[in-house]
Design a protein around this ligand. Structure first.
Ligand code: XMP
Length: 507
C-alpha cells in the first residue's frame, strides 16, 4: 500500500492532515518529527509532509528533523512551521512577523502542480507568528497574501513545496484539492486505502492467531467493530462479555444483546451485575468515588468471567489511532497485535496479550467499517456515553427513583432531538437529576417533585463545549413531555453553562 508519512511538529492540526489524506483513499501515518532517517526509510513513503507546530525555527530548541531526511529525494511538503523549516534549511530566511490568525486571501502566482485547479485566489487559514523573509535559491513563490509575500513556495528543481497556510482545515478553500495535488499528482500515490481492503487484510491477519480471544463490549462503536472483525476471522473462538452495571441508557442492555446474539450470532454473554454495582454505590455522592467503584467492580466482574470461562490468550480492545499516538507506547500502528500485560487494571494472572484491530484507524473510519459490517446506524451515530454511565449523570446518591427518572427523561431528550433532526448536529444530549426539588401543581394539587436538568452541548473534541441554542419550541416540547410522562418531575431546567467553566457531565 502506498503511504504518505507526516512528521509531527506538534500542531493541533497534525492528525487532521492524515485524516484528510485518508479521506481520498491514500494511507497516511503520523510519526514524531525526530524519527530517524533509517526508521523513516522503513516506512517506504511516497512522500513526506512536515506538519505545523508552535515553535520558531530560529529558536535554540526548535524541533529539527534529521538532516538526511531533507535529502531523501522524495516529494516534500511543509505546512506552516514545516514551510518555515524548508525555507530555513535550504538557505532562505525566516523572521518574526505580525501574528496572522484566521482567514486570509491567498493569491495564486503559479498554478502548476501544487496549486493547480483552484482558480486565481482562495481563502486560506493562517495561524502563525513567523514568515519567510527571503526564500532559498532555486525556489519560486507560487502564492502570496497581503502580509506574507512567500505564503506558498516551490523548488524549481525538486518536488519540494512549502505553504504558510493550513490546507487540512475546512476553512481553507480547496484545502483537500491542494493535498490531493501533492499526494496524487506530485507523489503519484495510489488510492488503495479503502475500508473494504482494511477489513479483508485485518480479518486475514487475525485468522492466523491461535488461542481464544476475550472481548469486553460496552455497546460503543469501537468495541463493537473490534469484536465483529475478530468474529469474522475466528468465529466462536471469540467470546464477548457485556457487563450490565445498571447505569445504562433505557433498554440499552437489550439492544446490545439482540444485536450481538441475534443479528451477528456472536458468542456473547451478558452479565447482569446491576444489583452488585448499585449496592456498592449506595450512599456514595462523591463523583470520583463513584468512578472508582464502577471501575473496580467492572474489573472484578470481568476477571471472574475470564477465570471461569478461559483460558484466553488474547484480550481484544477497541483502541484507535489517536490513542496509540498519544500513549507514546508505539511509534506507529503498523501491527494489529501488541504484546502487553496487565492493561486497564486487569490482574497479572490473566496474562493476556492485547489484540487491537483498530489501532490504525480514526473514528470516522471506524464508522465507515461499522456501516459496511451492517451495524445499525442508531449505534454508530449515537453520542458518546461515559464509561461510568448514569453514575456521573445523577447528582448525589444514586437511587432507583433517580435512575428511572434519568433514563426516561434522557430517552425523551434523545427521541425529540432525532424527531426534530437535531440529534446528529449536537455532541451530547441527556437529562440529569439531582437532589433538588421544586413545587408544581398537578390538577388542583400542589406537588413537591424532582427537578430534571436537560444538558445539550456542541463540541468538537469534548475539551471545550458550548450549550446548544435549541429552538424554544423544541425545548418546550421536551419539557412538556418530561413533566407529563414522569410523574415525579415537576420542573425541567436547561443547562446553559459552557465548558469551561462547567463540564459536560454534572459529576
Ligand atoms: P466532562 O464532563 O469532563 O466530559 O466535560 C468530557 C467527555 O468525557 C466524557 N466523560 C467520561 N467518559 N469516563 C468516560 O469514559 C468518565 O469517567 C467520564 N467522565 C466524562 C463525557 O461524557 C464527555 O464526552
Amino acid at each position: 500500500m502506498d503511504k504518505i508519512v507526516v512528521l509531527d511538529f506538534g500542531s493541533q492540526y497534525s492528525h487532521l492532515i492524515c485524516r484528510r489524506i485518508r479521506e481520498f483513499s491514500v494511507y497516511a501515518e503520523l510519526v514524531p518529527y525526530n524519527i530517524t532517517y533509517e526508521e523513516l526509510q522503513k516506512h517506504n513513503p511516497k512522500g513526506i509532509i512536515f506538519s505545523g507546530g508552535p515553535s520558531s525555527v530560529y529558536n535554540q530548541d526548535a524541533p529539527i528533523p534529521e538532516s538526511k531526511i531533507f535529502d531523501m529525494n522524495l516529494p516534500l511538503l511543509g505546512i506552516c512551521y514545516g514551510h518555515q523549516l524548508i525555507v530555513d534549511k535550504f538557505g532562505g530566511k525566516v523572521k518574526r512577523a505580525n501574528k496572522e490568525y484566521g482567514s486570509s486571501l491567498l493569491t495564486i502566482d503559479d498554478n502548476e502542480k501544487l496549486l493547480s485547479g483552484i482558480g486565481e485566489s482562495i481563502r486560506a487559514w493562517m495561524s502563525h507568528g513567523d514568515e519567510a523573509e527571503s526564500i532559498p535559491n532555486r525556489f519560486k513563490i507560487i502564492g502570496h497574501t497581503e502580509s506574507a509575500k512567500a505564503a506558498a513556495i516551490a523548488s524549481e528543481d525538486k518536488a519540494i513545496f512549502g505553504i504558510q497556510f493550513h490546507p487540512e482545515v475546512v476553512h481553507t478553500e480547496y484545502g483537500t484539492k491542494i493535498l490531493e495535488n501533492f499526494v496524487l499528482n506530485v507523489c503519484n500515490a495510489k488510492q488503495d486505502w479503502t475500508m473494504e481492503g482494511f477489513i479483508d487484510s485485518t480479518v486475514e491477519k487475525i485468522s492466523k492467531i491461535e488461542g481464544n480471544v476475550l472481548c469486553g463490549v460496552s455497546g460503543g462503536i469501537d468495541s463493537t467493530v473490534a469484536a465483529l472483525l475478530i468474529h469474522r476471522a475466528i468465529g466462536d473462538r471469540l467470546k464477548c462479555v457485556f457487563v450490565n452495571n445498571g447505569l445504562l441508557r433505557l433498554d440499552e442492555e437489550r439492544e446490545i444483546e439482540t444485536m450481538f446474539k441475534d443479528n451477528f450470532k456472536v458468542n456473547f454473554t451478558t452479565i447482569d451485575a446491576s444489583q452488585k454495582f448499585l449496592e456498592k454505590l449506595s450512599g456514595i455522592d462523591d463523583p470520583e468515588k463513584k468512578r472508582m467503584i464502577v471501575g473496580e467492580e467492572f474489573i472484578h466482574v470481568f476477571s471472574q468471567f475470564a477465570k471461569e470461562n478461559g483460558p484466553f490468550k488474547w484480550l481484544a480492545q477497541g483502541t484507535l489511532y489517536p490513542d496509540v499516538i498519544e500513549s507514546g507506547v508505539s511509534k506507529g500502528p503498523a501491527s494489529v497485535i501488541k504484546s502487553h500485560h496487565n492493561v486497564g487494571g486487569l490482574p497479572d494472572w490473566l496474562e493476556l496479550d492485547i489484540l487491537e484491530p483498530l489501532r490504525e484507524l480514526y473514528k470516522d473510519e471506524v464508522r465507515k467499517i461499522a456501516k459496511i459490517l451492517g451495524v445499525p446506524e442508531r449505534l454508530f451515530m449515537r453520542h458518546p456515553f461515559p464509561g461510568p454511565g448514569l453514575a456521573v449523570r445523577i447528582i448525589g446518591e444514586i437511587t432507583p427513583n433517580k435512575l428511572s427518572i434519568a433514563k426516561i427523561a434522557s430517552k425523551i431528550v434523545e427521541d425529540e432531538l432525532i424527531e426534530a433532526d437535531w440529534y446528529k448536529k449536537v455532541w451530547q444530549a441527556y437529562a440529569s437529576v439531582g437532589e433538588d426539588k421544586a413545587v408544581g401543581v398537578v390538577g388542583d394539587e400542589r406537588k413537591y417533585g424532582n427537578i430534571v436538568m436537560v444538558r445539550i452541548v456542541d463540541s468538537i473534541d469534548a475539551m471545550t463545549a458550548d450549550w446548544t441554542r435549541l429552538p424554544h419550541e423544541l425545548l418546550e416540547k421536551i419539557s412538556n413531555r418530561i413533566t407529563n410522562e414522569i410523574e415525579e418531575v415537576t420542573w425541567v431546567t436547561y443547562a446553559i453553562s459552557s465548558k469551561p467553566p462547567a463540564t459536560i457531565e454534572p459529576q
